[in-house]
Design a protein around this ligand. Structure first.
Ligand code: CP
Length: 315
């Protein structure tokens, strides 16, 4: 396990753009480094000097509550300076290109840009055009690597391991960056990944990512050690993918009655924001299986680890 503040000699990546390209060893380095940083948040003075003098810019061109707050706190706990801006409050809204905006920020001496953007590949574009590190905080329906990592961290914390577990992902798989990052990461660490949702919300050829597909919750639930429940991404969908929200909730909503068929020790996860009463009932969201708020807590340690590693990779 990495020691706090010790250089991660094995880590060589300047950017974190997705989990698709990472090896199982690299995933383990991030999770082990996060483990070593978790304790910082339990201290009376929640701060270490590890990234003193570094500048982290939070460029959130799409809305966020959890991720932006978590990255901001993570950078602060490592003593980095942070600047945060959104689309409305920046010159992006005046027509400046993303690359021009980012180059101007870089010219002020920033070390890491954390980018959330609605366009898949936007962080990759910045990584190709900038000298500083780029961390993907969610790019359209493509990837959300730190969410995938914090989900894996939470599973490992609760179950002690990931290999050999069956992890279910339920709901809107097609438009979910969280689903993609979870699938890439979990399969590399040896989990069996099963997905469940209406056929219109499961992408064609998803089996090629190494997952099994179900369309019936009552067959799916008893298989799972963990169920990660996804929000219906109405902002990314075309209409007509299911008859109505009420119909979706009836057929694919996770409720207490359905969980009577679950394995003992089932973990219920949700990346948020949650649509209570649609994909998950309040009784399940707040019930004994739920680790939803643990995910959020663990996100801080995971993002501290990611900022530390990408900064270290540049020497
Ligand atoms: N899970 C997640 O990405 O939440 P936010 O959109 O609030 O950042």
């Amino acid at each position: 396990m990495a020691q706090l503040g010790e250089p991660a000699l094995e880590w060589t990546r300047k950017h974190l753009l997705g989990l698709e390209d990472l090896s199982a060893e690299e995933l383990d380095i991030i999770l082990d480094t996060a483990e070593s940083f978790r304790e910082v948040s339990t201290r009376k003075r929640k701060k270490v000097p590890t990234l003193t003098g570094k500048v982290v810019v939070l460029m959130f061109v799409e809305p966020s509550t959890r991720t932006v707050t978590s990255f901001s706190l993570a950078a602060g706990r490592l003593s980095a300076d942070t600047v945060s801006f959104s689309k409305g409050g920046s010159s992006i809204s005046k027509g400046e290109t993303l690359v021009d905006t980012a180059r101007n920020i870089q010219a002020m001496g920033c070390d890491v840009i954390v980018l959330r953007h609605s366009a898949p590949g936007a962080p990759h574009l910045l990584a190709r055009n900038l000298e500083c590190s780029v961390v993907n905080a969610g790019d359209g329906a493509h990837e959300h690597p730190t969410q995938g990592l914090l989900d894996m961290f939470t599973i490992r914390e609760r179950k002690g391991h990931i290999e050999g577990l069956t992890v279910g992902i339920c709901g809107d798989i097609k438009y979910s960056r969280v689903a993609r990052s979870n699938i890439w990461g979990l399969t590399k660490l040896g989990a069996r990944v099963v997905v469940c949702g209406p056929a219109t919300l499961i992408p064609d050829g998803i089996e090629e990512m190494g997952v099994e597909v179900f369309h019936d919750l009552d067959e799916f639930i008893p298989q799972c050690d963990v169920i990660n429940i996804l929000r219906i991404q109405l902002e990314r969908q075309k209409s007509g993918l299911f008859p109505s929200i009420r119909e979706y909730a009836r057929v694919f909503g996770i409720n207490s009655e359905r969980l009577e068929r679950a394995k003992d020790g089932l973990l219920i996860m949700h990346p948020g924001p949650m649509n209570r009463g649609i994909e998950i009932t309040p009784a399940v969201a707040d019930g004994p299986h739920s680790v939803v708020l643990d995910q959020v807590t663990n996100g801080l340690a995971v993002r501290m680890a990611v900022l530390y590693l990408v900064c270290g990779a540049k020497g």
